[in-house]
Every structure is written in structure tokens, then in C-alpha cells.
Design a protein around this ligand. Structure first.
Ligand SMILES: [Mn+2]
Length: 473
């Protein structure tokens, strides 16, 4: 290769310094190991690289970069992503969609978030993406991964890494925060690191981590959970939630992340959008879309079983998911396994549930989830199962349907959009949490919520909600 000149903008330090990975920013971003140590801030001329472009064989140092020189270098590459133009195209594209106005009004915020994210990405600063462990969170991660793959092929020489972490809770809690802080210590970079939170985090349990993030890294949050009063969104560098743009939960996080991905580069995220809307129970979801339903089931299944000892998947990454989805044979096999055991369980649930006539003509179906035989892989988890069971009951009983399943310490509730304003489940949970000693916490969406209680009071809590719903016994 001809001499390549650039600024060392980041290093990922390994225990053996020969395994350090450097980012050198010039006309492209080179990500590679180096025979000899490099310093962040050095201007270097790379004279030779290994055949696979993964090791810098020789270079010379030409001085130290001034702030202005660094800014110019990163801005020049950022320019090539044409974020501004992507936003314009996106606004045009979404115009006719029900969520078009929301996309339009959040465009400026998306642009800011994408700029922060891409500056870090281009300059090799560490990036951690935490996505919620369901179909919605994972579909969003896949969309962003696709956008970044495209950036890689345009701007990068070598492999640019991102840490993808599937997050099991709904809070960005101290455990997650500490793990991230620890990981970031392995890096030195010109640009601040980024932690991107996808499809969770709008919860009291995130508040401390959000404060602590200040000064350490840029915290970006893409969420669609209802924003409670007093939630300190300003503690995040960028917080984007459709609730702030006259939209709401129906605008799923997978959709939001797909829109964000298309601001980064012009990629096709349509399949992920459709799957996320279906998987997360959005009223924009098209359940007649067979391919979308199939993708949603696969994502639900993979995120459910990943990490369990007999699943064979220790760590679920969006790259892995996308590879599976693009293989017909492999995805067919997963789909078959997932859908046949889910169907079986739904049939059992329909037969095992008790029904109650409640206020406003609502019928409530109640099921003890612990009574069902479940596969050792843990599929399906109760949340996903409750949504599917609600769909089934709705198709049998019409829209005035509420489904409630209970199991060791949890009550999970699903209902149709038409009855949710009258039920006001989130307010009900808030009230009950304050007044009933054994209820520990609860929350969610207006159509999909859950309550955490003392294990021995699971049935009591279920009966309590039934009474609140005006059930006639
Ligand atoms: Mn979601």
C-alpha cells in the first residue's frame, strides 16, 4: 500500500500490547494491530500493513495532532455519511405512515444523536449497545448493525468492533453500569465513549447510572416506554422517546432504532420494522404479514433462549441474528421449533384459563402459567406468551378482552387498545403498589404491564386485580 497518513485516535488495550487495536484516522479509518506501540494523538505515516490489513507492519511518527487537525479529520469522514441528507430522505419516506409526523418532529434529535454516535464510531472510541432482550430490542440492534456494516465498507480498513449486550432488565442498573465502566477502561480515545440503550431504561432504577455517566461517556437512549413524572431524561446526552413527540408505545423501539439506523446510512430495515411492530404488540403491526410474523417469532425465540445452557447460543449479537435470518434452512428450523411449541402451549392455555365477566363488558381470562409444561430452554418466556395468548383470546372473544397470567411472584397483564383507556392499568398498579404491602413494583405499557409481588402472594395479587376490574365471581 502507498503511505497512509493519519492521526491515532483510539486504542483498545489488550493484556499483551501486541494485541492492542489502534484506530488511525486519515482518508479512511484504519483499525489494526501494530508491530510497535502507537500513542493516541500521534500523527503517523503508515508505510506497510500485513496482507490482511490487520497489522500495521511499519510506520513513522510525524508529530502530534492539534485539536483542530483532529476535528477536521473526523468531520471530513462524518461528512461522507451525509447524515443531513439521510434525515431529509427519511422524512420524505415516512410521510404517509401513521408514525410519519413523529419521525418528522424528532428529526433534529435523531440527527444530533447520530452525530454523537458516528463521531465516536469513526474515531474508534468504544461503543457499547445494550438492547432489551426481546423481539423489539433485538430488531433494533439488527437495524443499527446493518447501518454500521455499511459504514464499515465505506470508511474502514480492518475490523471496527462494537460491544453488543442483550440486557435482561428494564433498568440501566448499577450492575450494567459497572460492567460498562470496566469495559471502557480498556480504551483510550480522542472522542468520548458511547453507551447506547435500546428499548429500556425509562425506569427509576436507571436514574443513578444516568447521573454517573456524566463525564465518563455519552449516554444515548432510544426508548418507547411511558415517561413517568420526574424521570431525569436530561441526564442522558440524548434521550429520544416517541412519547415526547406526540406518539407513544406503538412507535416501537425497533422502529425507532431502524429510523436511527437509516439516519446513519441508507439501509433497508423494513423487515426489522415489521417484526418489531408485531413482536411488541403495536397497533401499527400487520399480523397478516406472514414473513413479518415469521421473523417476529424467530427474534422472540432467539432472545428468549439465548444464554440458556442447552440453547447453544452463549451470546446473542445482531450480526449472528442477521446471518441466521439470511439462511433459509437455519431460520426455517428455528421457526419450526419456536412456533410449534408456542402453538402447543397456547392451546393448553386456552383450555386452562378461567374467564370472568368484568366492568364495561370486558372479559378477563386468567391463567396460572406455572401449571403449563415448559421446555427446558425456557421458551416461551411469560411476557411473550401472554401477548400471544391475548391475541388468541381476542380472536375468539373480540376486542373487549383482557388476559392475565400469573407465575412465581409475577402477574402479567395484556389487553386490547380499545379497552386500555377505561382500565388505566398503569395508574391502577401505581395505586396498588402504594396501598398493598405484598406488591413490590410494577409497570409497563397501557396494553402490556406486569406486577412483581411476594412469591406467596401471587394468587392474591391476581384476585386483587380481578376485583379492581369489577369481576363477578
Ligand atoms: Mn419495546
Amino acid at each position: 500500500m502507498p503511505t497512509y497518513k493519519g492521526i491515532v485516535t483510539a486504542v483498545k488495550k489488550a493484556s499483551d500490547s501486541r494485541d492492542n487495536v489502534y484506530t488511525v484516522l486519515g482518508s479512511k479509518a484504519v483499525c489494526a494491530k501494530s508491530r510497535l506501540l502507537m500513542e493516541v494523538g500521534d500523527i503517523v505515516a503508515i508505510e506497510a500493513m500485513s496482507e490482511g490489513n490487520d497489522v500495521i507492519e511499519s510506520f513513522s511518527v510525524e508529530g502530534r495532532a492539534k485539536k483542530g487537525e483532529y476535528d477536521a479529520a473526523v468531520s471530513e469522514l462524518l461528512e461522507e455519511l451525509s447524515i443531513e441528507k439521510n434525515v431529509k430522505l427519511l422524512k420524505e419516506k415516512e410521510k404517509g405512515m401513521p408514525y410519519g409526523p413523529a419521525v418528522s418532529s424528532m428529526a433534529a434529535a435523531l440527527k444530533d444523536a447520530a452525530s454523537v454516535f458516528c463521531r465516536a464510531y469513526i474515531s474508534g472510541a468504544p461503543i457499547i449497545v445494550r438492547f432489551h432482550h426481546d423481539g423489539d430490542g433485538s430488531s433494533g440492534a439488527v437495524s443499527i448493525h446493518r447501518a454500521l456494516s455499511k459504514v464499515d465498507s465505506r470508511l474502514f480498513v480492518g475490523r471496527r468492533g462494537v460491544s453488543w449486550i442483550m440486557n435482561r432488565g428494564i433498568e440501566y442498573d448499577a450492575i450494567a453500569f459497572n460492567a460498562d465502566t470496566l469495559e471502557l477502561q480498556n480504551y483510550e480515545s480522542m472522542e468520548k465513549p458511547v453507551v447506547l440503550i435500546l428499548d429500556f431504561g425509562t425506569a427509576p432504577g436507571s436514574e443513578t447510572s444516568m447521573s454517573e455517566s456524566k463525564g465518563r461517556f455519552n449516554l444515548l437512549m432510544l426508548d418507547h416506554h411511558p415517561i413517568y413524572k420526574g424521570f431525569p431524561k436530561d441526564r442522558a446526552t440524548c434521550y429520544i422517546n416517541p412519547w415526547d413527540y406526540k406518539s407513544g408505545t406503538d412507535f416501537t423501539a425497533g422502529l425507532l432504532a431502524s429510523v436511527f439506523a437509516e439516519v446513519i446510512s441508507q439501509v433497508d430495515t423494513n423487515d426489522m420494522r415489521i417484526a418489531s411492530l408485531i413482536s411488541d404488540f403495536s397497533s401499527y403491526g400487520d399480523r397478516k404479514d406472514k414473513k413479518g410474523m415469521r421473523t417476529a417469532v424467530i427474534l422472540d425465540y432467539l432472545t428468549n433462549v439465548a444464554g440458556r445452557s442447552d440453547s447453544g447460543i452463549t451470546r446473542l449479537t445482531p450480526g449472528y441474528i442477521d446471518t441466521l435470518l439470511s439462511s433459509k434452512e437455519k431460520s426455517d428450523e428455528i421457526y419450526y421449533t419456536a412456533s410449534s411449541s408456542m402453538d402447543e402451549m397456547i392451546d393448553l392455555g386456552v383450555r386452562g384459563a378461567k374467564s370472568y365477566r368484568c366492568m364495561n363488558g370486558i372479559t378477563t381470562f386468567v391463567l396460572n402459567f406455572d401449571m403449563l409444561p415448559r421446555s427446558s430452554g425456557g421458551w416461551p418466556l411469560p411476557g411473550r406468551y401472554a401477548s400471544r395468548l391475548q391475541e388468541r383470546f381476542e380472536s375468539m372473544n373480540g376486542p373487549k378482552t383482557l388476559t392475565m397470567i400469573y407465575y412465581g411472584g409475577y402477574v402479567t397483564i395484556r389487553m386490547s387498545k380499545e379497552i386500555s383507556p377505561g382500565v388505566g392499568i398503569l395508574e391502577m398498579i401505581e395505586r396498588l403498589t402504594k396501598s398493598v404491602e405484598y406488591i413490590e413494583s410494577g409497570g409497563g405499557h397501557n396494553e402490556a404491564a406486569s406486577i412483581k409481588v411476594k412469591k406467596e402472594n401471587t394468587k392474591d395479587a391476581t384476585d386483587m386485580v380481578l376485583r379492581e376490574l369489577g369481576a363477578k365471581s
